[in-house]
Design a protein around this ligand. Structure first.
Ligand code: ADP
Ligand code: 5GP
Length: 336
């Protein structure tokens, strides 16, 4: 362990090995682990836990980052004495990082699952993030070291979100940013390519994906034009430790923020005026006049969502707006 980023962490190479191991471990769950995972999902706890997720130098079986709760299910080797000592050491180290550890034996999971789930639920209610961060004077778990966080950008269309996001990604590769590629039922415009700006699908395909519960959130932003954030896409990017940027409509932005709470930063990009918005959309020359009208007409309503965001950045002078966004993102990514 070294104190390199203002808090205890392992160096990057150890972290990569941990991630690789975690991926491998996930493929070979024991029967008890698989059962617990299934039951967590059935009890609507699945989304709150990650499986085999590196924390410090360890890879616990299940982790809830927000509640700082770890669940370990004993494998057969755990009855060996040396392993028991390792477990104690491991628990102590994880406790120092502010985590609560719940241990269950295979038998408990397989034969008393209701009881096990109840204990987990009780702990999810009892654990408090604010308290646990006080318990954690030297910082945060590894994945929060500039990786795996969420940056939400919303605004009326034409405010300059895409321009600012593009600038940030180009000028600041050190922020380890990845763009969340949404799915949409609108047609590609200009030079847009499938799998780059969006995954383009037909309205029927979009509805099928809704039915298969593939979206973290989705909105019919304009009539018959759906846009949605794919769960799998976001998780894959986060697992790589990337900070994921979302360009979503105002409702989507509020929903993603609600879902991820402190793990997400939400920024509302505000145009100087609705008239300027119209001018920009006309100059952008990517939409038909009636589509521009549709977008402008919705703007006044969308502007009322601004107070629900963590920050509002007025995009009048583009350079200034970019710098302001950069400062906000830097602060958030570097100071968990
Ligand atoms: P959004 O992604 O919010 O729909 P864009 O980033 O596509 O908006 O910006 C809309 C248009 O406005 C683009 O042509 C862009 O070049 C232009 N633009 C962005 N910011 C400014 C600004 N501060 N001043 C003038 N034009 C701008
Ligand atoms: P555009 O057609 O200009 O690319 O996008 C129209 C609107 O849809 C923009 O406000 C954009 O932010 C929003 N949008 C894009 N992807 C998503 C998404 O996955 N979810 C939601 N809710 N809105 C999205």
């Amino acid at each position: 362990m070294e104190k390199k980023y203002g808090y205890m962490t392992t160096d990057g190479s150890v972290y990569r090995v941990l991630l690789e191991n975690a991926k491998e471990n996930r493929k070979y769950a024991t029967t008890a682990e698989a059962m617990l995972w299934e039951m967590l999902r059935r009890n609507n706890l699945g989304e709150r836990f990650r499986r085999q997720h590196p924390i410090g130098n360890y890879i616990p079986d299940f982790v809830c980052l927000k509640k700082r709760l770890i669940i370990e299910v004993d494998g057969g080797y755990h009855h060996l004495r040396c392993q028991a000592i390792d477990d104690r050491e491991r628990d102590n180290n994880l406790r120092k990082l502010g985590y609560t550890i719940l241990r269950f034996s295979n038998e408990e999971v397989l034969h008393q699952i209701k009881h096990v789930i109840q204990i987990i639920k009780d702990n999810m209610e009892r654990n408090n993030v604010n308290n646990s961060s006080q318990l954690n004077p030297c910082g945060t778990p590894l994945l929060w070291r500039g990786g795996g966080r969420l940056l939400i950008f919303s605004a009326p269309s034409g405010s300059g979100k895409s321009t600012i996001i593009g600038w940030l990604m180009k000028e600041h590769p050190e922020l380890n940013l990845a763009f969340s590629i949404s799915c949409t039922s609108r047609a590609p415009r200009g030079t847009e390519q499938n799998g780059v700006e969006y995954f383009f699908v037909t309205p029927d395909e979009f509805r099928e994906r809704i039915a298969r519960d593939e979206f973290l959130e989705y909105e019919e932003v304009y009539e018959n034009r759906f846009y949605g954030t794919l769960k799998e896409q976001v998780e894959r990017q986060r697992e790589k430790g990337q900070n994921v940027m979302f360009d979503v409509d105002v409702k989507g932005g509020v929903n993603i923020k609600r879902h991820y709470a402190d793990e997400a930063l939400s920024i509302f990009i505000q145009p100087p005026s609705v008239e300027e918005l119209r001018r920009r959309l006309v100059n952008r020359a990517t939409d038909a006049p009636e589509v521009i009208e549709q977008r402008v007409n919705k703007a006044a309503y969308e502007l009322t969502f601004a107070p629900q965001f963590d920050h509002v950045v007025v995009n009048d002078d583009l350079q200034k707006a970019c710098q302001e966004v950069y400062r906000l993102v830097c602060d958030f990514v570097n100071h968990p």
